[in-house]
Write a protein that binds this ligand. Structure first.
Ligand SMILES: *[C@@H]1O[C@H](CO)[C@@H](O)[C@H](O)[C@H]1NC(C)=O
Ligand SMILES: *[C@@H]1O[C@H](CO)[C@@H](O)[C@H](O)[C@H]1NC(C)=O
Ligand SMILES: *[C@@H]1O[C@H](CO)[C@@H](O)[C@H](O)[C@H]1NC(C)=O
Ligand SMILES: *[C@@H]1O[C@H](CO)[C@@H](O)[C@H](O)[C@H]1NC(C)=O
Ligand SMILES: *[C@@H]1O[C@H](CO)[C@@H](O)[C@H](O)[C@H]1NC(C)=O
Ligand SMILES: *[C@@H]1O[C@H](CO)[C@@H](O)[C@H](O)[C@H]1NC(C)=O
Ligand SMILES: *[C@@H]1O[C@H](CO)[C@@H](O)[C@H](O)[C@H]1NC(C)=O
Length: 666
């Protein structure tokens, strides 16, 4: 293992250069135009309406939001909290259950050689609603997982723990996902170091899970998410509900680059699946998996590691879409992409051809032989019931034997639009959450909240298959990964969990935008200009006078709007002095433009006597003919907005300053 790892890492830098040369363009091509610059950068001291919670615990990694009840449950290291969603920082609004591993258990954990700083604690990994009165919770318990019920009314653990060995991973950092649906518990993980990863239904008994022989259905799978899609609702074919699982695993098929060894996948099982009668006993009869592709076609650049998934339910199950955040498996390079998929494309892949089974000579080819009936991997539908297959127990052995050897389908699931919505260099995204909102133009927009490994949050809006990053917010001064996110519709807040605490932020802070154009350029579907200020649309009853342009981000404001807000100054300087005329561009997307007496200053080259930067215009060695009226504009989305104007008078009468005098500061 060790040897392989070091050999692989020795190869990495080389390969990495080849691939990156293609994407980064360096040194031959301009950089990738997909790379999106956030419009505004906000550092942690500039956050508005931000509330923080951090108890004595660490690792606030499991969040459970009950929006109607107004409670946010948090699973941390050694504790579970219940907070008031209105203000998570308000004293008296918190309740705590302390649940740490026993000293004896910690001692055993350390004697197994585990890390006493991180691993030998009770990390809460599972926290969901069980029934009307109780939550179900599982923790790593210093490498001996336990589960328990929480009595919500009194907020305490009910008496009696349950074995958590195969419901919750031992390792706090291991990929894991779980769901409690209608009293059934589904989990996916590699529970302990020696076991193989699996996808299972733990409750009710008997457990149903994935197969390991003769074909392994999962190879070192690292799970990031799961979702129930209620495909039985209004189904004309009597379809079953399905549970989708999202993960990265060791690739079985050839990969684009030889140093890429992993592949992103989506798998599903049917909710009514109880396994086969003789073949596939207590194993899924409906398990299928497909490759999830997120690549940049023009550059043939593949992001192969899935880091987070968010499923957005539509009006009906068929219009479900999901967003995936992808990165690279090479640890020495940061890059991320967001791809969007439609559930119908996943379904189509599952209905298509299978991959040959791994024991056959052409093992990565499409299987072209005979497929038994009913189609292996199917849910029980009306058509099957009519043929006497009432449940998975009734499926014939030849079908189940085929299913057992053909878990992978041949067709890949490609992103909508065939490319990422967003690509970002030098950033590792860790989590994504999405909120769908109707804007004033009647269009529904998806607002994406994407957390990074260094504690930043990118808020973005998807418009016509492209993503505009409205703002990047620094959530934590100490760099730390965003571990979890939930969005409250009722509170119009997002809650973000990290190693050091939980943070509550409003979904929008429209007041940050001070002019009509600033408000429009932001393209924030939550914000609109009401004639005097940029306001939260949700708080306005009469919306007829509001101005908003999410689609294009440039129309609605009067051209002269904001002119009176522009700074105006007079400057008198001595001939030969250097003068800085300040003009701060608030937006990273704006380019400055300067005029002198109405004429545009062009080519700020070395001998022009001017230098332009993000903070303003430098007049170098001022000459009398450079006197006049200077105006600074911000040009954004094709609109020119006045930011500042100066009347500059260069006085020829004064002697030049001695060389040691610093240039005057504006
Ligand atoms: C929880 O509430 C109590 C008051 O009931 C307060 O003293 C404490 O500081 C709060 N804890 C946190 C972490 O906010
Ligand atoms: C963890 O182990 C190290 C080395 O064995 C020891 O020095 C340290 O005191 C231990 N820390 C705790 C919290 O037990
Ligand atoms: C919920 O489950 C708990 C634990 O099994 C049980 O004690 C409790 O009675 C249940 N509550 C309801 C309303 O069924
Ligand atoms: C199912 O059909 C009913 C009646 O046509 C409709 O009211 C309901 O919204 C549908 N549900 C979904 C999830 O499509
Ligand atoms: C399937 O269910 C139908 C009606 O419930 C029943 O008549 C039939 O015998 C069942 N078939 C099998 C194979 O169990
Ligand atoms: C828990 O928090 C500590 C301190 O920030 C961090 O080093 C560690 O990686 C975290 N562990 C997990 C499992 O997130
Ligand atoms: C809404 O505002 C518009 C102008 O902004 C006004 O003409 C209209 O009467 C208002 N409607 C109501 C119901 O107040």
């Amino acid at each position: 293992m060790l040897k392989m790892a070091s050999r692989a890492s020795a190869l990495r830098p080389l390969l990495f250069l080849c691939v990156l040369t293609a994407v980064w363009g360096f040194p031959f091509r301009p950089s990738l135009d997909l790379d999106v610059t956030p419009r505004i950068t906000v550092f942690s001291n500039g956050l508005l309406g931000c509330r923080r919670f951090s108890g004595a615990a660490l690792n606030y990694s499991s969040l459970l939001l009950e929006d109607e009840a107004g409670v946010l449950y948090i699973g941390a290291r050694g504790a579970v909290f219940a907070l008031d969603t209105g203000d998570i920082s308000a004293p008296g609004n918190n309740m705590t259950i302390e649940w740490e591993a026993s000293p004896e258990q910690k001692r055993q954990c350390m004697s197994k050689g585990k890390d006493n700083q991180t691993q030998c604690y009770n990390h809460i990994r599972f926290l969901q609603r069980y029934n009307e009165t109780h939550l179900y919770v599982c923790g790593t318990n210093a490498f001996r997982p336990l589960c328990a019920y929480i009595d919500v009314e009194h907020f305490r653990l009910s008496s009696g723990f349950e074995e958590g060995r195969e419901k919750c991973p031992y390792d706090p950092a291991k990929g894991y996902t779980g769901l409690l649906i209608d009293g059934e518990m589904y989990t996916a993980s590699q529970y302990e170091f020696r076991s193989s990863p699996d996808i299972r239904r733990n409750i009710p008994y008997p457990i149903v899970k994935t197969e390991e022989a003769p074909t392994r259905w999962l190879l070192e799978a690292d799970f990031v998410g799961s979702a129930l899609v209620r495909e039985s609702v209004n189904s004309s074919i009597g379809d079953d509900d399905k549970i989708y699982f999202f993960f990265t695993e060791r690739s079985q098929e050839p990969m684009p680059y030889f140093s890429q060894t992993r592949v992103a996948r989506v798998a599903r099982v049917c909710k009514g699946d109880w396994g086969g009668q003789r073949t596939l006993q207590r194993k899924w009869t409906s398990f299928l998996k497909a490759r999830l592709v997120c690549s940049i076609p023009d550059y043939d650049f593949h992001l192969n590691v899935l880091r987070s998934v968010f499923v957005v339910e539509g009006r009906d199950p068929q219009s479900t879409v999901f967003y995936g955040v992808f990165g690279l498996e090479w640890t020495n390079v940061k890059a991320s992409a967001v791809c969007q998929y439609s559930i119908t494309d996943v379904q189509k892949a599952f209905e298509g051809p299978y991959v040959e089974n791994p024991d056959s000579p052409q093992r990565w080819a499409e299987y072209t032989g005979k497929v038994p009936e009913p189609r292996p991997g199917s849910c029980i539908t009306n058509q099957l019931r009519a043929r006497g297959f009432n449940s998975s127990f009734d499926l014939p052995d030849n079908v189940l034997n085929f299913a057992r050897r053909h878990p992978l389908v041949f067709r890949q699931v490609r992103p909508l639009g065939e490319r990422p919505l967003l690509f970002k260099r030098s950033v590792d995204y860790t989590r994504i959450a999405v909120h769908r909102v109707s804007a004033l133009d009647g269009v529904q927009y998806d607002v994406l909240f994407i957390g990074t490994d260094e504690g930043w949050l990118h808020k973005a809006v998807e418009v016509k298959g492209q993503v505009h990053i409205i703002e990047e917010l620094q959530l934590f001064e100490e760099p730390q990964p965003v571990d979890s996110m939930v969005i409250s519709q009722a509170q119009r807040s997002i809650y973000v969990g990290s190693p050091s605490g939980v943070l509550q932020l409003p979904l929008s802070t429209c007041g940050r935008y001070t002019s009509c154009f600033d408000c429009i350029f932001a393209r924030d579907p939550f914000c609109a200009w009401d004639g005097t200020g940029c306001v939260e649309v949700a708080l306005v009853a009469n919306r007829s006078g509001l101005i908003q342009d999410v689609m294009n981000g440039n129309t609605g404001c009067e051209t002269s709007a904001g002119e009176d807000m522009a700074a105006y100054r007079t400057r008198s300087v001595a001939e030969g002095d250097d003068v800085l005329l300040q003009c701060e561009q608030r937006s990273n997307l704006a380019t400055p433009q300067w005029t002198l007496d109405g004429r545009e200053l062009e080519g700020y080259g070395l001998d022009s006597g001017y230098r332009v930067g993000t903070d303003g215009l430098l007049v170098i060695g001022a000459r009398p003919e450079q006197s006049g009226r200077y105006r600074c504009f911000a040009v954004e989305n094709g609109v020119r907005v006045l930011v500042a104007s100066y009347t500059v008078w260069v006085r020829p009468d004064l002697p030049p300053p001695p060389p040691t005098t610093p240039p005057p500061v504006a």
